[in-house]
Design a protein around this ligand. Structure first.
Ligand code: CTP
Ligand code: CA
Length: 234
């Protein structure tokens, strides 16, 4: 086991990280979910604690083997709306916000109070979905001086060029300080200990690429965060 000495360059910094996948209820026993394990966000929270930060983890659904570090304060959030409320409550005190959670874009318009029965929808069922609010856009709009907001994007792309282009466009659209993009697919990106990130800045320039364990990519993202904060403090 190699012990890597990590810099204590986040001493006194408060960071809020969201992680995992939200679940949007359909009825009391069913939900719409996604394949996010929470592994990358939990690794970022742990890495930030290693570097001296005070860390809050806003945790949507995490896989059972993904356990937050005991130094991290955990706030559980089931749905996108709950996650949004937890971010709104914690963001004002945060120096850094990292939205690593996979937030549902839509929720079910009318959640059934009783379990749906097949006999009530013979032959097929149409669910009406309504768009959820964009949490990170709200955080950017409410950003105070000195606060750093970071988004993630998991994209199905043909190659690295397309991933960079998507990341560039999304960073600009969201107005975030940094956006970390990774490629995903049927057999890529999930249930894995490893990851590969392309990190772009405000103007869409690639500031770093990193691959390796999710701990390694977490530290690479924190390096990029420390670097943008040093520039904006000049
Ligand atoms: N996000 C958010 N609120 C939402 C949806 C997404 O805050 N309702 C955040 C995610 O946590 C992530 C970033 O926005 O940090 C980008 O998410 P992504 O799904 O890639 O972007 P969208 O704007 O939802 O665009 P699309 O899914 O159409 O690609
Ligand atoms: Ca989305």
């Amino acid at each position: 086991l190699a012990l890597v000495e990590r810099p204590r360059d986040l001493d006194g910094v408060s960071i809020v990280v969201s992680a995992g996948g939200t679940r949007e209820p359909i009825d009391p026993v069913r939900y719409l979910g996604n394949r996010s394990s929470g592994r990358q966000g939990v690794a970022i929270a742990r890495a930030a604690a290693d570097r001296g930060a005070r860390v809050t983890l806003v945790a949507a659904h995490l896989d059972a083997d993904v356990r937050p570090d005991p130094r991290v304060e955990v706030i559980a959030a089931g749905t996108a709306e709950e996650l949004g409320r937890a971010m709104d409550a914690t963001a004002p005190d945060a120096d850094v916000i990292v939205m690593a959670a996979a937030v549902a874009d839509y929720s079910v318009a009318a959640v059934a109070q009783d379990k749906l029965r097949k006999q009530d929808s013979p032959g097929g069922l149409t669910l009406e979905l309504v768009e959820n609010r964009d949490i990170v856009a709200g955080l950017v709009a409410g950003r105070r001086v000195g606060q750093t907001v970071v988004a993630f994007a998991a994209e199905t792309v043909a190659d690295d060029d397309e991933l960079r282009e998507r990341a560039r466009a999304k960073a600009a659209r969201k107005g975030v300080d940094l956006l970390a993009a990774n490629a995903v697919g049927w057999t890529q990106g999930f249930e894995s200990a490893d990851n590969a990130l392309t990190i772009v800045g405000r103007d869409g320039e690639v500031v770093a690429t990193a691959s390796g364990s999710k701990d390694d990519t977490a530290h690479a993202l924190l390096d990029a965060i420390v670097a943008v904060r040093a520039v904006s403090a000049d």
